[in-house]
Design a binder for this molecule. Structure first.
Ligand code: HXC
Length: 488
């Protein structure tokens, strides 16, 4: 009996060592970690329990190129699977899929997050329809789990075909700069079918994923940073740390005197929330909108904000998609939504109209109107037209709306408005400045909005943190899982 135990222990140790040496041989210079090292960095204390290590598929390889495991992250249960690219390119065959499906079901039953550590050539060609069926089953579980448990993918290398679609059905995708690649069809197929020539990096490298398609939510410097970001993200999705921390900074030092001057909204938001707690998602894509996690006295919130530094903070197709999915994600996971508005409106233009701004912009209206979580909005400087309504207005269900004394809320800016409604006066020689001043005073001021009961309070910038905190403390909490987090 003892002999058998020694023999078995040795075999398991050899398996781990084999994986390490395969990675060393293939990626000695590339700074790539072997799968079990990745899992050790993901779970608390480097500890996890492996499931199905000896399961074999048609290829006759123990584990069938994927390690499935559970452990804890920030003291709470968590589940994960990690593909081994050095075995059949991490491709997905029947048993590989069976193992992933099982760990997905266990995570859902335990109401715990699941993390997919991915690097795969997609459906295993040699197993034919069995591989396709495997993806179908995984996708189906992704959707059943959507909005009920956090699902996060970290893409360590190439992820082709089905290996890209499963992450796309999850809540967040983390990539590694210069390493991650995602595409449905690779450069070879593109060249054959439509004659276009493109490198793998240009097509689906981390820069393309982070800046062009917005597929990557967090683009990290290396594998260890990606795993650390994943642990941080899980912490926010589980509600935050509840450690009381202080904010620092003066909002008035951030906003320029000139009403048209650009400023970095990220700096303003940093003055409000716990120091060092801003964790921005999709920071390199649709930069005219900000979507970020933050904590307020340790409680996690979702922050949505206009970014006046990019396209003057206008809402366009991409910004609509980015913000609406973040609001729905927050609502699914019970995180309050705090919105900072400084936008001149939806971006005008033929490209936007033909691209479907009506269809995409409507997603933002839908997301805010649907969300049951506490919603607090701060109108910073400008909130015009449909963009005022869409960005967490009271009319669309915000619980608390605050406005700064110098902000302007209106159907449109003064210069445009007087040209439409004061045509006769202008023709009669009344000075445009006079008309603009009257419009500003009568129809654009926060006092007008407050008298109409459409904002709750005009506050000083220095009161922002305390007002949001009080609003959230009075708001109670919301259960998770009321709806899925469909990829909008
Ligand atoms: C079986 C595969 C494989 C696959 C790679 N390998 N992909 N084996 N099935 N799908 C194996 C290779 O044979 C090779 O084995 C090893 O993995 C490494 O592959 P290389 O090509 O040498 O590596 P690299 O140059 O880094 O290129 C990586 C790659 C490329 C870009 C991923 O391998 C590739 O294009 N693979 C095919 C991608 C693909 O089209 N997959 C099917 C998608 S369809 P050896 O033994 O030589 O080391 C799909 C359907 C799902 O997924 C449905 C979605 C809705």
């Amino acid at each position: 009996m003892k002999e058998k135990i020694v023999e078995f222990t040795k075999a398991m140790e050899q398996k781990a060592a084999g994986e390490e040496s395969r990675y060393q041989a293939k990626y000695a210079q590339a700074g790539k970690l072997a799968p079990r090292k990745r899992l050790a960095l993901l779970f608390d204390g480097g500890k996890y329990t492996e499931v199905g290590a000896l399961a074999r598929g048609d290829a006759g390889v123990d584990g069938d190129a994927v390690i499935t495991a559970y452990g804890s992250i920030a003291g709470k249960p968590a589940y994960a699977y990690c593909q081994d690219y050095t075995l059949m390119g991490g491709s997905l065959g029947r048993v590989h899929a069976d193992k992933i499906v099982r760990i997905q079901q266990q995570a859902l039953k335990a109401k715990a997050p699941i993390i997919a550590l991915l690097e795969s050539g997609g459906a295993r060609i040699q197993e034919g329809i069995n591989s396709l069926d495997g993806y179908g089953r995984i996708f189906s579980n992704n959707v059943k789990s959507s909005g009920r448990i956090p699902q996060i993918a970290i893409v360590f290398g190439a992820c082709a075909g089905g290996a890209s679609y499963s992450p796309a059905l999850m809540d967040f995708i983390i990539t590694v700069r210069g390493r991650s690649r995602m595409f449905i069809t690779g450069p070879e197929v593109i060249k054959t079918v439509i004659g276009e020539e493109v490198s793998m990096e240009e097509l689906g490298g981390s820069e393309a994923l982070g800046r062009k398609s917005g597929i990557s939510h967090f683009n990290c410097a290396d594998e260890a940073a990606a795993l650390s970001s994943c642990r941080t993200l899980v912490g926010y999705l589980q509600g935050g740390s509840r450690r009381p921390l202080k904010a620092s900074g003066d909002i008035m030092a951030v906003i320029p005197e000139s009403e048209r001057g650009a400023y970095d909204m990220r700096r303003l938001v940093s003055c409000v929330f716990d120091e060092g707690s801003i964790f921005e998602s999709q920071g390199d894509w649709a930069t005219n909108a900000i979507t970020a996690f933050a904590t307020l006295e340790g409680r996690a919130v979702a922050v949505i904000a206009s970014q006046p530094m990019s396209k003057a903070g206008c809402i366009d197709i991409e910004a609509s998609e980015k913000m609406s999915r973040f609001v729905r994600m927050a609502d699914a996971f019970g995180l309050p939504v705090v919105t900072f508005v400084d936008t001149p409106g939806y971006l005008p233009g033929v490209g936007q109209e033909h691209g479907g701004i009506i269809r995409h912009g409507a997603k933002l209206l839908y997301a805010y109107a649907e969300a049951r979580v506490p919603k607090v909005t701060v109108v910073v400087r400008k909130a015009f037209g449909g963009a005022y309504i869409a960005m967490g207005s009271k009319s669309i269900g915000a619980d608390h709306v605050f406005a700064y004394p110098f902000c302007e809320i209106a159907v449109m800016g003064a210069e445009g408005a007087i040209r439409i409604v004061n045509k006769k006066e202008l023709a009669a020689g009344v000075s445009p400045d006079e008309l603009i001043q009257a419009y500003r005073k009568n129809l654009m001021s926060p006092e007008f909005a407050a008298h109409e009961n459409l904002i709750d309070e005009i506050i000083l910038p220095s009161q922002t943190r305390e007002r949001i905190l009080a609003a959230l403390e009075s708001a109670g909490s919301v259960e998770r899982g009321e709806h899925g987090n469909i990829p909008l």
